[in-house]
Design a protein around this ligand. Structure first.
Ligand SMILES: Nc1ncnc2c1ncn2[C@@H]1O[C@H](COP(=O)(O)OP(=O)(O)OP(=O)(O)O)[C@@H](O)[C@H]1O
Ligand SMILES: O=P(O)(O)OC[C@H]1O[C@H](OP(=O)(O)OP(=O)(O)O)[C@H](O)[C@@H]1O
Length: 213
């Protein structure tokens, strides 16, 4: 059996749709279940439903053989997993934003973010010394109430920035979801994983993936 770590939340619907297009028979109950472990016996697949940020952790520890994770999560977590396919779903990007795009005053400006590693790597590469403040959500609030000078966060439509009077000051990295694999599973379950990667890849590249099935 192959265990796949699926992110709950935003990515889930697009990832399920991709798997269906690749020919995997996921029952309708799959979409609105509260179960955290779902076995699809006819496909010989077990799904575990995880917080998006935790998916690489399950895969690194081998309790999931494969998983689907945002590139943002991969950059933040730096887990020992193989990133084998860009699924090209749930697109967005990481950016720096603030109340204005002028220079920031002070020696070590405060940067609020859900992504402390991404943010500190980015500012180190820029040669800027900053103080990182880790938050778990509503990041855009931080500059509005004086907790931080800038934020590092995901931008998708740009609506959250606009509605809070913030502007993007730098683009960091484009983000899509990735298919990731545990290194040991890649050796021991190569046939089933290769098959899954091929089928997903066919869908991503434009075919339906199950044309010849
Ligand atoms: N507008 C967006 N905001 C945040 N993440 C997005 C957005 N668009 C796509 N994504 C992708 O979705 C993933 C986050 O999904 P989701 O928001 O469901 O999880 P979360 O950040 O853990 O949310 P929460 O903490 O609200 O439960 C990110 O890792 C990213 O790759
Ligand atoms: O550019 P937009 O389309 O507005 O999307 C970007 C916003 O969406 C995410 O927040 P989320 O909705 O996950 O809420 P959170 O603040 O709890 O992280 C992200 O952190 C931004 O705040």
């Amino acid at each position: 059996m192959l265990t796949i770590a699926m992110p709950k939340g935003r990515i889930f619907d697009e990832a399920s749709e991709l798997l269906r297009q690749a020919g995997y028979k996921l029952p309708p109950e799959f979409d609105d279940s509260r179960k955290l472990i779902l076995d699809i016996e006819e496909e010989n697949i077990r799904f575990i439903l995880a917080k998006p940020m935790d998916v690489p952790t399950y895969v690194e520890h081998g309790v999931a053989d494969v998983g689907i994770a945002g590139k943002d999560v991969m950059l933040e977590e730096e887990r020992n997993v193989y990133e084998v396919l860009d699924l090209k779903i749930s697109g967005c990007y990481l950016a720096v934003a603030g109340l204005s795009d002028g220079p920031i005053k002070g020696v070590a400006p405060k940067i609020a973010t859900k992504y402390p590693n991404v943010a500190s790597n980015y500012f180190r590469e820029q040669g800027e010394q900053v103080e990182i403040i880790k938050l778990n959500g509503s990041i855009e609030l931080a500059p509005l109430i004086g907790l931080a000078d800038r934020i590092v966060d995901i931008v998708s439509t740009g609506r959250t920035l606009t509605e809070n009077g913030l502007m993007e000051t730098a683009f960091i990295e484009p983000i899509t979801s990735r298919f990731i694999v545990n290194p040991v599973s890649y050796r021991t379950k190569d046939a089933i994983i290769d098959d899954m990667v091929e089928r997903l890849s066919a869908v991503v590249e434009g075919g339906s993936g199950d044309e010849n099935r």
